[in-house]
Design a binder for this molecule. Structure first.
Ligand code: MRU
Length: 362
């Protein structure tokens, strides 16, 4: 997608220099700052500190993190250590573990001397596949949008939560890919962007929609139900961090409440995700680990001061007890459909297996 009109991906690999460059998303939307990662420790930190975030981008970064680790030492012990370090960074997004397992299967059979080069190649394949799969999600989602589009030419009003856009992937995004596809195809869309406290990923969504010229409005998370009741929302579309075998969906905390409100108001609730987000080994949402993050994410608000300088404000006393679960689980029965790179299916075991019959053995 574009930054200032220039096609840009969220991650740039430079195997010849043994580094990757990422956008520091902890500083967006207030500053666009690229960070160079050269070591396993730097890659793990970038994921943990959410300089990179969003399930598919976490997976791609972890794959490159392994390549960085093997440049230092390609022994079996180092490979195991690097997989353990990267795997411990964030628990909910299964794309992380999917990418590490894929890298491990590729690298373990190789002689150590062959591993670094193979790791860079495999990580590049993961990144390229992410782009292609997200583009396909966009086309399948566009088909759904066309079915619910107004005949009177009025814009389709789409609500989303968190950031499942270009920034959360290598390119295109998942939930926002159909939005970009619709916009580019001349189907007018208006996006309602929920702020997504406490980390405000909605502001990332607003930033990237603005870069692409897509009309949008930011709302407080708590305004979503009102807009739905007023008949101002045609569909909600979100991404996912993990979809269990029965179709239950883990995504950014607050997603479940939107799905409940959609159900009460007869509004379709779509989940867009690539194969790397599907966890056929996980029976249902109750088995999905939910990340609990630092309470300072609630205590401290980040923004710009009146002079435009980055600024942090304490809104709770340091000793105040806070809970900060980063994700919730939306039961499959509240999900209208899942959109993957292979098509659209019901949120159920049978639905998912209709798109991925090769997983039926499990
Ligand atoms: O904590 P984050 O910002 O990594 O959470 C991101 C989300 O919940 C996204 O909706 C999900 O990863 C899908 S991204 C295409």
């Amino acid at each position: 997608m574009n930054i200032d009109g220039i096609p840009t991906r969220t991650l740039r690999a430079h195997p010849e220099k043994r580094v990757i460059d990422i956008i520091d998303q902890a500083r967006l939307p207030h500053a666009l700052h690229w960070v160079r990662l050269a070591t396993l420790a730097e890659a793990a930190h970038a994921i943990r500190a959410m300089q990179v975030r969003g399930a598919p981008l976490i997976g791609a970064t972890a794959a490159y993190g392994l390549a960085l680790a093997l440049g230092e030492d390609a022994s079996n012990a180092r490979l195991d250590e690097a997989i353990a370090v990267l795997g411990a960074t964030r628990p909910t997004a299964v794309n992380l573990h999917w990418a590490l397992a894929r890298m491990q299967a590729k690298l373990v059979p190789l002689m150590p001397a062959m591993r670094e080069c193979a790791a860079w190649n495999e990580a590049a394949d993961i990144a390229e596949e992410d782009v292609a799969q997200n583009a396909a999600i966009g086309q399948h989602g566009l088909g759904l949008f066309r079915q619910i589009a107004r005949r009177d030419g009025r814009a389709l009003n789409i609500m989303t939560h968190c950031n499942a856009g270009w920034l959360a992937t290598v390119d295109w995004g998942t939930a926002l890919s159909p939005v970009y596809a619709a916009h580019d195809a001349g189907l007018p869309v208006q996006v309602w962007v929920s702020e997504t406290r406490p980390r405000n990923q909605g502001l990332l969504t607003a930033w990237e929609l603005a870069q692409h010229g897509v009309p949008h409005t930011v709302i407080a998370d708590n305004a979503a139900g009102l807009l739905m009741r007023q008949g101002r929302i045609d569909a909600v579309i979100v991404g996912a961090d993990r979809i269990a075998a029965n179709g239950d969906v883990a995504n950014k905390v607050g997603t479940y409440l939107k799905a409940l409100a959609c159900t009460d108001n007869g509004i379709p609730f779509y989940v867009a995700a690539p194969r790397s987000t599907l966890d056929f080994a996980c029976p249902d949402g109750a088995a999905i680990p939910i990340e609990e993050r630092d309470g300072d994410e609630l205590r401290v608000v980040h923004g710009l001061d009146p002079r435009g300088r980055p600024s942090a404000l304490l809104q709770l006393a340091p000793g105040e007890a806070v809970g900060n679960p980063a994700f919730d689980v939306t039961p499959a029965r509240l999900v209208t459909a899942i959109i993957t790179e292979r098509g659209v299916c019901p949120a159920s075991r049978d639905g998912l297996l209709s798109l991925y019959p090769e997983e039926a053995h499990g």
